[in-house]
Ligand binder design. Sequence first.
Ligand code: AMP
Length: 387
Amino acid sequence: MAKLSIRDLALQNKTVFLRVDFNVPLANGGQQITSDKRIRASLPTIQYALEQGAGLILASHLGRPKGKWNAEMSLAPVAVQLSKLLGKPVQMASDCIGPDVPKPGAGEVVLLENLRFHPEEEANDTEFSKRLAAQCDVYVNDAFGTAHRAHASTVGMIAFVPQAAAGLLMDKELQWLGKATRNPDRPCIAILGGAKVSDKIEVIQNLAKVVDKLLIGGAMAYTFLKARGEATGKSLVEDDKLELAASLIRELGDKLMLPTDHIVTEEFRAEAPNETVTVIPDGKMALDIGPATIAAYEAAVASTKTIIWNGPMGVFEMKPFDKGTVALALAVANSGAVSVVGGGDSEKAIKSAGVSDKITHVSTGGGASLEFLSGLELPGVAALTEK
Ligand code: AMP
């Protein structure tokens, strides 16, 4: 069922509690924001609410303060940066509940202090949820990256507000991830890479039901190859997942594409001497897919209408083992297909290939997008009001 969107709400003179994901990376003992990407991601929702005449209470967690005040995880630097981006004052509250939280008038913005300074946030405590909810007329969630957590600010407080809607960023995430996994234009392929089969079993199993082809790369490919009886040398293999990989190979049949050649090396380091092989020799490890695999995967990407991508094809942080990932990023960007890329390393790979702006949707949530791709209902989404 579709969830209520902020666009469905009457916001004039309402106090809106907007749960955002301002969990930004900080340096210098918490004084300096090293990337304001997450703040920018919610600007459209914030600006929309202000234009509609709402008073805004923004709330986020930052880091893992474990339920205690911690000056290095204060959201105060975020208030400063947000004020710059919005071109208007942002009042920083010294707590997230209680008498020190000012009530914003129409067009005003208050940023609450880190929700996780209270242990009740992650415990999804009822009394704390009630106190958060008592501060607002309506609730909006734009924090897709935290939607897989059932905390007071993402789930608990919704029981105590009259309406709970998705923000514009949350809406966009649900729209693209939802379309790609439930109602994709066909053919539809998924490219899955990264370190471990065990991290992505549920994603593989769920996407296998949806997609027409499943392309596997990265270290997880070697668990599949070993399960098929191929030599894997010193490559990363999860021996306790060999049976599972074998059953997936049987189940998926022709849908599954695995690497047919590999870039191997003796040492795990940048610029290590390397060669292309079709059979991985003893004593060597595969750190990237080879040129024949790249060509086969490029061809699959070029002839499809929807692409779901999560995880790199090799150790893309270390040259020259980034070639497979970069080639795929370019192929996806130039395919003309609807492309939906999971957060985390896949996003870094897209960025390092310089093609972020040619991807239909790059998810802002790593863990949350993986859970979505696994077919799980995210608690922070499930709790929102139905349309
Ligand atoms: P994930 O977080 O599961 O998407 O995994 C990303 C990590 O997998 C990156 O740090 C990559 O360097 C690593 N990775 C990808 N391919 C390989 C490989 N062939 N051998 C070792 N690590 C790999």
